[in-house]
Design a protein around this ligand. Structure first.
Ligand SMILES: Nc1ncnc2c1ncn2[C@@H]1O[C@H](COP(=O)(O)OP(=O)(O)O)[C@@H](O)[C@H]1O
Ligand SMILES: [Mg+2]
Length: 219
C-alpha cells in the first residue's frame, strides 16, 4: 500500500501536461473567479481522481490562488489516498457541517481538501439530501476559494447510492471528462457529454489519459 501511494505521488508530480490542461480549463471558464471545476468520466477507473488531484496540486503550487479539492465520489472515495489522509468524517457530519470546518490543509502547498465520509454506504439518507449537501459545499467553496476542483464518480454504470456527477455538472463553472485511452467507447463518451450538456453543464473538453501498468498489475 505504502509503495502504491508513493507511486501515486510520483505520478502526480510527473504529469507534465497538467499545467497546460489547467491553463486550458481556466481559459474555457473565461478565467472567471471563483471557478468550480468538475472532473468526471463516462466509465470507472479512467483516472479522474488522479487528474483531479494533479490539477489541484498544480493550481495550489501556483501560489496565487486559494484552491480546494473536494472528493465528490462518496461511493468510491479516492482523494484521501492520494494525500495520505484518513476518512475522518461521517456522512452526518458532512450533511450538518460547514465546508471551512470540514476541510484539511495539505502541508507545503496551500490546498484545502474535503475527503469523503467514512460511512457513506451504511448511512441512511436520501439522494436529495446528498445532492443538497454537495450543492451547499459548492456554494460555500465559491466564497472561500478562487478555484475548487471536484472529483466525482463515473456516469456509467449508474447505481442508487452514487452521488450523481450529472447533478454536480450543472452546478459547476466547467467540466473536464477523462478518458482512459483504449478503454471507453466513443459512443459512451459522447452519451456522457450529451447527458451533462442537456442539464446545462459547460463541457470544457476531454483529457485522454494514457498509461501503462506494470506487467502483472491489476490497476
Ligand atoms: N496516467 C497514469 N499513470 C499511472 N497510473 C495511473 C494513471 N492514471 C490513473 N492511474 C492509476 O489507476 C488507478 C485508477 O485511477 P483513478 O484516478 O483512481 O481513476 P478513477 O478516479 O477514474 O476511478 C489509480 O491507482 C491511479 O493511480
Ligand atoms: Mg476516482
Amino acid at each position: 500500500m505504502k509503495n502504491k501511494e508513493f507511486q501515486q505521488r510520483q505520478t502526480l508530480d510527473q504529469i507534465t501536461e497538467i499545467k497546460r490542461i489547467l491553463a486550458a480549463a481556466r481559459h474555457g471558464m473565461d478565467n472567471r473567479m471563483p471557478a468550480t471545476l468538475l472532473v468526471t468520466s463516462a466509465g470507472q477507473e479512467e483516472g479522474k481522481s488522479l487528474v483531479a488531484s494533479a490539477l489541484a496540486v498544480s493550481a495550489a503550487r501556483g501560489g496565487d490562488n486559494r484552491v480546494a479539492l473536494l472528493d465528490g465520489n462518496w461511493f468510491r472515495p479516492a482523494i484521501h489516498r492520494f494525500f495520505n489522509l484518513d476518512l475522518n468524517r461521517s456522512t452526518q457530519q458532512l450533511m450538518d457541517g460547514e465546508l471551512h470546518h470540514l476541510v484539511r490543509q495539505v502541508e507545503a502547498i496551500s490546498l484545502d481538501i474535503l475527503t469523503a465520509p467514512a460511512d457513506f454506504s451504511t448511512h441512511s439518507h436520501t439522494t436529495d439530501q446528498i445532492n443538497l449537501t454537495i450543492k451547499r459545499f459548492i456554494e460555500q467553496a465559491k466564497i472561500t476559494y478562487d478555484l475548487t476542483i471536484i472529483d466525482s464518480g463515473a456516469l456509467f454504470p449508474t447505481n442508487r447510492f452514487m452521488v450523481d456527477p450529472v447533478e454536480i455538472s450543472s452546478l459547476t463553472t466547467g467540466v473536464i471528462v477523462v478518458i482512459k485511452s483504449g478503454s471507453t467507447s466513443r459512443q459512451q463518451v459522447k452519451k456522457a457529454i450529451k447527458i451533462m450538456e442537456t442539464t446545462g453543464a459547460n463541457i470544457l473538453g476531454v483529457i485522454s489519459n494514457h498509461w501503462q501498468l506494470p506487467t502483472g498489475s491489476q490497476g
